[in-house]
Unconditional design. Structure first.
Lengths: 787, 262
């Protein structure tokens, strides 16, 4: 029987009522009295020297308040990077300044040069056209390998080269891995690209800022996944505003997918300008601007080699990746190809020796940072694709070669420095084969053949690390912030509860699933609980939502705070029932004394806390409000088996995804419906990457896919009905809920399954195709078949 | 968008007069023009709206049995008509319902986007483009990408399509825009077969005469299978497909259009 409330129930998403009826309150819905509008003038060349900016004519245009250039930002800090990577020689990475507005040079199409602030957006745009900017174009740096050659044009003149860092992991294993590969029975090599993506949240970015000169307080409303992080980065590093004078609010946010984690120049600009012009300043990104100013995702070029013995046991793995950083370092950019990528290279397998080399490179392109999965999709893609290729080269079934190498004993310490606490990879693989009717594949392939189509099946088994932590470890790895989460549980006098969380919901359904957790612990109705998030003036310090961390880290903080509430409430109940505290039990929203029929309701206890007439004032304070910070002991390790069935039209190369099955182990599940929705969304994005999405630049550094005319988003009709299961559960051993996180899995496990399915279809039809780079658009598949 | 005036004339004559004004431009369904204005890529001072002109909206047959479609008739109306199966089928796959309920045949033909669908139907049917001043045969009308025989201020008031015995349009979509990466319109008339190709060529919509000859001899998929694909030289080469790929698709889509022709 499905539960009808609390942990494990598919409670309907309470936030959907406002989202689906147009009542959501997004940043662009916020309009402040007397606000002015900012229009950013952006570079239309990839690389160039700014000779002059003449704003004199524009300043006289109607409605213009002020026009800003880099000159106005002298003395203001650059947009900071939140992670410092140390390279394989022990040197820290090269870190260029990222000015709010371009200083002397432009470094990518979209780089902001000047901003017009005016009474209306139309007036700002009119004036922007009258700003005269003289730029001498420089050779753009685009290809990562060319960028590292001696004498290559530099993106940043003050750096020694275009290399951000050359990272080796685990450096001590380098030689041993080389040796093992040299002596192996067979080595499978694969060169591949992980295509650059644009996150494309439904809601573009927006910033609205105001400054109150009487209190010296700033308020910034912004589309962010983590308002506290923005307050910290912008307040401390860019504008020098102390936290108590800076409030950051991220109200309803229409999707993030990573792109709204980072602190962006536009936020700092609006906050700064609001004080300068003495009125609120608002900026709303157009979709075209989003393509050239939101951080992009992925963009790795990789060579991976897998060494095996004669039975297909993995002996050693070596991988070499060039990771595109773009023109500047976005907030978490350096950590993505390193700590969120290299640490996952063991996958689900007992490979004893692994060496990961990553060269991060500056180019004249939009900065690249985390995008749903962040590093883990890149790791999973190369690993699962090389495993698939290895199976085919060794003549071993792709499922069997995986099973032969699966880790089966836990905890398991990988050679890439992480320890998996639990998992059962055979169980998820078994589940997948059953769900996808793998046994019936050959028959279906025959049917396809009759219709002139080529059918293929591809499999991937992924592992990811979520809830990244603990803070002291990430600090050693170069993080410039902690990665805990916090929660305040405020019980009101009548027993209703407000939970203030540092996690941020931008589509994940926290308002529902977080309430389920607290309701379950106390035994009251979920509707009695309200989740408050997204406002630094209301919620305790939080690190926000990304990396599938919210339930694992934010949820655990909530559990800890609720435990404190229950402990105190029990003391009050003991007093009310004149019993000893140790005998008090809480069940279904009532306190009882063990072995008696004495009982006092939750609401009576909460009322006593706030109307403490009959109350042990000498022992405990009145009121019922507790805060907890939770810093996890380890990452969590969701894993799963994904299977994709495709049909290829041999005449056109068009791939149709006929079926997609996902058997995940997310540990314990709070709300199965929400989890299923998260997997569906992740699969859509992963299939989007593998099948259609591609952010491309031409040889001049112009964005070829700068709008939906050329950047393909996956549509519903590109996707099959998903077949999703999360009944294989090995609970996380180190957080109180036993949860692992589910937000990114779909996007991590699906691309290699799809590509392997297409390769399978082509090979079954006799084509000598071992890999096709994503996205597998018809022209690419056709070219692969006909080369 | 820059500021502009909007005129809603009551007759074609008034519309022509309004279009004679300084920097005036015709507005059909606005599905191409409005996005262009939003990006500030055009700055007409006056838009002359044609979609309310009763004279230019609607579908009928003339004495020669030709299907006559008013220049401001929407794609949705053509899709629903059904008296020319190949044409209605084509219209039903343009854009999405919102685009089809707004976009007009006149706007599409005036714009002559190299990836648009209607140009293939007009050329493939040997249609007649009727303007406020003259009648232009389709073969004389299309002049290359975004170029037509229309003069400044000339309005497409009607398009006359001879109805073929059999016809079909096959569109292989460009995955992002879902315009035609390659679209082929095949129409079999008593007097001969016409094959028009859109999406593929740098010259815009054009006829594939080799296929027409082969189909005139034998209207069958085998006739197409026996042909070489057209050359990839001069075909569009972009993010979504090479010239050679497009050339190959021309042949594949032609075969499919012949197979599906009804
Ligand atoms: C999301 C989307 C998807 C689309 N998909 C497709 C597709 O798959 N296939 C396809 O073919 N098209 C597609 N289109 C384009 C669509 O069909 C447009 O409607 C069409 O190209 C232009 O017609 P319109 O009536 O909207 O013209 P407008 O945008 O109003 O005008 C276009 C141009 O034609 C001129 N004009 C308009 N009417 C006349 C007239 N009667 N006489 C002379 N000049 C005139 C205007 O001055 C302007 O220069 C799509 C559009 C969108 C927005």
């Amino acid at each position: 029987m499905p539960k009808d409330g609390g942990i494990g129930a598919s409670s309907k998403r309470r936030e959907d009522l406002r989202f689906l009826t147009g009542k959501g309150k997004y940043t662009d819905d916020i309009n402040l009295q007397g606000q002015a509008y900012a229009y950013f003038i952006r570079s239309d060349v990839a690389h160039g020297t700014i000779n002059s900016i003449d704003t004199s004519a524009a300043e006289k245009m109607p409605g213009v308040e002020q026009i800003f250039t880099a000159k106005d930002f002298e003395g203001v800090g650059g947009v900071p990077c939140g992670w410092q990577v140390t390279d394989r020689h022990g040197e820290v990475m090269q870190e260029p300044k990222h000015p709010v507005l371009a200083e002397g040079k432009v470094r990518h199409v979209g780089d902001p040069i000047a901003v017009v602030v005016a009474d209306s957006l139309a007036e700002a745009r009119d004036a922007a056209e009258a700003v005269e900017i003289d730029i001498t174009e420089l050779e753009p740096v685009l290809n990562m390998k060319d960028a590292l050659k001696d004498g290559a044009t530099k993106v940043h003149d003050d750096l020694t080269s275009n290399l951000c860092y050359d990272w080796g992991f685990v450096e001590e294993n380098r030689e041993a891995v080389d040796e093992a590969i040299k002596g192996a029975h067979h080595v499978t090599t694969l060169e591949l690209k992980n295509n650059r993506l644009v996150a494309n949240p439904m809601e573009p970015r927006v910033a609205v800022a105001e400054f109150d000169s009487s209190t010296e307080e700033y308020t910034l409303y912004t589309t962010s996944q983590n308002p506290h992080v923005i307050r910290l980065l912008m307040g401390a590093f860019v504008l020098g505003i102390p936290e108590h004078r800076l409030r950051v609010v991220a109200p309803d946010v229409g999707g993030g997918f990573g792109a709204k984690i980072y602190h962006y120049a536009e936020e700092a600009f609006c906050t700064f300008a609001a004080k300068q012009v003495g009125r609120p300043v608002k900026w709303t990104s157009s979709r075209s601007e989003a393509f050239m100013s939101d951080a992009h995702g992925r963009d790795h070029v990789t060579k991976i080699e897998l060494a095996m013995d004669k039975d297909g046991h993995f002996l050693a793995l070596r991988t070499d990746t060039h990771a595109n950083m773009g023109a500047y370092l976005s907030t978490f950019a350096p950590s993505i190809p390193t700590w969120l990528h290299g640490t996952l290279m063991a996958g689900n397998y007992k490979t004893p020796l692994i060496y990961v080399n990553v060269k991060a490179v500056f180019t004249n392109t939009v900065p690249v940072d985390a995008y749903r999965g962040a590093g883990r999709p890149e790791a999973t893609f190369q690993l699962e694709r090389v495993v698939d290729k290895a199976a085919r080269e060794m003549g071993i079934d792709p499922i069997e070669i995986r099973r032969r190498n699966f880790i089966t004993e836990f905890p398991y310490a990988t050679p890439v420095a992480v320890e998996y606490d639990t998992g059962d990879y055979h169980a998820t693989m078994d589940k997948l084969l059953e769900m996808s009717d793998h046994a019936g594949f050959d028959k279906r392939a025959e049917e396809s053949k009759k219709n002139g189509k080529l059918r293929g099946f591809g499999i991937a088994h992924y592992i990811e690390a979520c809830g990244i932590a603990p803070s002291n470890l990430v600090g050693q790895l170069g993080a410039r912030a902690g990665l805990y989460e916090s929660a305040t549980v405020r019980v009101n006098a009548t027993g209703s509860i407000s939970v203030m969380t540092g996690s941020h919901s931008h589509g994940q359904g926290h308002e529902t699933s977080f309430a389920q957790v607290v309701a379950d612990m106390i035994g009251i109705d979920e509707q009695q609980i309200d989740i408050v998030h997204g406002d630094t003036s209301k919620t305790p310090m939080g690190m926000g939502t990304y990396g599938s961390r919210s339930i694992a880290v934010g949820g655990s903080a909530m559990v800890r705070a609720t435990e404190k509430i229950i402990a105190k409430a029990k003391k009050i109940a003991a007093h009310l029932m004149e019993a000893s505290e140790g005998d008090i039990e809480l069940k279904d929203g009532a306190f009882t004394v063990a072995g008696t029929d004495k009982s006092v309701a939750w609401g009576d206890v909460t009322l006593a806390a706030y109307v403490p007439h009959n109350y042990p004032l000498e022992e405990i304070e009145p009121g019922l409000e507790e805060t907890a910070f939770y810093d996890p002991a380890n990452f969590t390790y969701p894993s799963g088996a994904y299977g994709c069935e495709v049909e290829v039209d041999p005449e056109t190369g068009k791939v149709t995804v006929l079926g997609f099955s996902a058997a995940d182990d997310f540990g314990n599940i709070i709300n199965p419906m929400i989890v299923e929705g998260q997997v569906h969304g992740g699969l859509a994005q992963g299939i989007g990457q593998a099948l259609v999405e591609n952010c491309a630049y031409d040889e001049n550094g112009q964005l070829l896919s700068g709008s939906y005319m050329d950047y393909t988003m996956p549509r519903a009709d590109d996707l099959p009905m998903f077949n999703v299961d999360h009944s294989s559960i090995t609970p996380c051993t180190h957080n109180p809920l036993g949860v692992k996180g589910c937000g990114e899995a779909g996007a991590i496990g699906s691309p290699p399954a799809l590509v392997s399915a297409v390769v399978d279809a082509l090979q079954r039809a006799g084509h000598d195709v071992t890999h096709i780079d994503m996205p597998l658009t018809p022209d690419r598949v056709w070219a692969a078949m006909n080369s | 968008m820059y500021d502009f005036e909007i005129e809603k004339p009551g007759s074609i004559a008034d519309a022509v007069k309004a279009l004679g004004g300084d920097e005036a431009q015709a507005l059909g369904g606005g599905q191409t023009l409005i996005p262009t204005l939003k990006q500030r890529l055009a700055s007409p001072s006056t838009l002359v709206s044609l979609s309310g002109l009763a004279e230019m909206v609607g579908i009928c047959k003339d004495d020669d049995g030709r299907l006559c479609i008013g220049g401001a008739t929407t794609h949705a109306a053509v899709a629903a008509d059904g008296s020319y199966a190949g044409l209605s089928g084509l219209a039903s796959h343009i854009g999405d319902p919102a685009v089809r309920n707004r976009g007009t045949i006149g706007g599409s033909l005036a714009n002559n986007d190299p990836s648009a669908c209607y140009p293939a139907a007009a050329l493939g049917s040997g249609a007649t483009i009727v303007t406020n001043t003259r009648e232009i045969a389709a073969d004389d009308y299309f002049k290359g990408m975004f170029e037509t025989a229309l003069k400044e201020g000339e309005i497409i008031t009607e398009v006359k399509f001879p109805i073929p015995e059999k016809s079909n349009y096959q569109k292989f979509v460009q995955p992002a825009s879902r315009f035609a990466l390659v679209g082929v319109f095949v129409a079999k008339y008593e007097g001969g077969v016409r094959v028009a190709v859109t999406g593929a060529s740098e010259e815009g919509v054009h006829r594939w005469t080799a296929a027409e000859e082969a189909l005139n001899a034998n209207f069958s998929t085998e006739a197409i299978a026996a042909l070489d694909a057209p050359s990839g030289d001069g075909m569009i080469n972009d993010l979504h497909g090479s010239g050679d790929y497009r050339a190959h698709l021309v042949k594949v889509m032609t075969g499919r259009a012949v197979a599906a022709a009804a």
